[in-house]
Design a protein around this ligand. Sequence first.
Ligand code: C2E
Ligand code: MG
Ligand code: MG
Ligand code: MG
Length: 287
Amino acid sequence: YEARRVPEQYRLFEPTMACSREERLLLEKDLYKALENNELFLQYQPQLKLKTKHDFSMEALVRWNHPEKGLIPPGDFIPLAEESGTIVPIGKWVLETACRQTKELQETIGQQVTVAVNLSLRQLYHENFVKVVSSILEETQLPPKSLQLEITESMTMDKNFLLPILHDLKALGVTIALDDFGKGYSSISYLKDLPIDCLKIDREFVNNMSEDEREPLVDLIISMAKHLNLNVVAEGVETMEQFNYLLNSDCDAMQGYLISKPILFETIINNCRCLNKKDLHCDLQSE
Ligand code: C2E
Ligand code: MG
Ligand code: MG
Ligand code: MG
């Protein structure tokens, strides 16, 4: 009822929502060709570890360089890919590429590197997803423990379906993270049943933090994660206030523009080539 009183000019009306059905269909068609035409690429966003110094983690994020429209962010095409089913081959390509490049990075710097890859529910519905992951690990020779798979709360709705798949994935030796935690509306009671290793606090919570006042929800999520023996990563860290706040918490790692924006693989590997491995974090941060 509140919404009705909101003046006309405040109504959310994004240009993308005005996008016609025909336009969506065209974009969907383009998306089918995007893979063949090499229009997709990955960027990687480093995470800053607060508790351990000698390992490096990053998240793989897909981008689409559309021949006419230019760079399209995943938020605009992943939903289309999920609807149309293209997410299955795209997701497989992302996994393969992320594993191959991470293996190359490990060889170059002679050090453990972990890569996190986002999953869509539709990928899991596809038969033999576990087999797809295990063949990619075998092909690329990436150690399974170097791969983290990110799921979201919305994917945990159908537990009877999801749990056996997660257990099979864990049996391969990969780890699982629950992404965007706190954004969904599901009950938190399912948390202890999920075979996850890591909780990523959604950036909306991180956004609301200030240095001089504790943010009860962030504190709660971190302490809950610790009670469940989970690693906890804060997403979307943009300011020094947020950084200092988390430094004084039990949070295990931070990810966000303050630490580094998502960057090209070439940038990561070129930096690492001329680096003492101990300086890896610092150099990526100062970029
Ligand atoms: P996500 O998995 O939560 O990834 C983090 C998103 O937050 C990324 O947006 C990243 O660029 C952005 N980000 C990182 N630090 C900051 C910050 O300090 N401030 C702000 N405002 N944003 C920050 P991006 O790359 O646009 O990706 C958006 C979402 O698209 C991802 O959210 C993920 O859910 C999805 N996505 C990306 N790549 C893939 C993929 O390969 N497969 C699937 N299924 N989904 C993907
Ligand atoms: Mg993610
Ligand atoms: Mg995600
Ligand atoms: Mg997230």
